[in-house]
Unconditional design. Structure first.
Length: 198
């Protein structure tokens, strides 16, 4: 199973995200099992995740929770364009140094409400903004003590004022008890079944 990790497992690594998101709060750091993975398998992991539906999670309870969230967002205007990227906040793509600028920066990430920031051989970052917060999902490829590699996910957040902080606190139990376990099962299964997608 995946495991929640201490913050230093993200902050102490030389990820490029640190250069452009120093004003974001680190919310969560998780590891996911990828048995047999080597140093060059990060693109294969990303391809498997995309083929398996990315951040979409399939259990009915998770679909229901996300449906409720999107319905509330529509009702209260949380997800209107003016509350998102290039509306309420600027995209991280505008902060990228020249060597991180890529053609896909700013493109929608399939099967997610996120957009691409950058993708490298061992890390990538995608972002989402709405009335509640500006969020980054950072994925990294990390060597373990046994020489194999595993997927790491860090959630970085900039809440939008008191409302955003209250919202993040309210959904924390849901993330830990429902969303992350479902995501773990899906992502680890995607790695095991990666040859089916190639």
């Amino acid at each position: 199973m995946s495991m929640r990790l201490p913050e230093i497992e993200h902050t102490a690594r030389p990820w490029r995200i640190h250069e452009i998101a120093s004003d974001f709060r680190l919310e969560d750091v998780w590891s996911y099992r990828t048995p047999g993975a080597g140093p060059d398998d990060f693109p294969a992991m990303l391809a498997a995740l995309r083929a398996a539906g990315g951040l979409n999670v399939n259990p009915p309870v998770v679909r229901f929770l996300f449906a409720v969230r999107w319905r509330l967002g529509a009702l209260f205007g949380w997800d209107k364009p003016r509350q998102g990227l290039a509306g309420r906040v600027g995209t991280l793509c505008d902060r990228l140094p020249d060597d991180l600028r890529q053609d896909a920066a700013g493109d929608p990430v399939p099967n997610t409400p996120f957009t691409m920031v950058y993708e490298l051989r061992d890390e990538c970052a995608i972002e989402l903004a709405n009335k509640t917060a500006h969020d980054i999902c950072h994925l990294g490829w990390v060597a373990k003590d046994d020489g194999e590699y595993e997927l790491r996910m860090a959630a970085l957040v900039k809440p939008n004022g008191p409302f955003g902080r209250l919202y993040m606190a309210a959904i924390k139990p849901v993330r830990y008890l429902v969303v992350y376990p479902a995501l773990t099962r899906k992502w680890e299964r995607a790695w095991r079944n990666r040859h089916m997608y190639s």
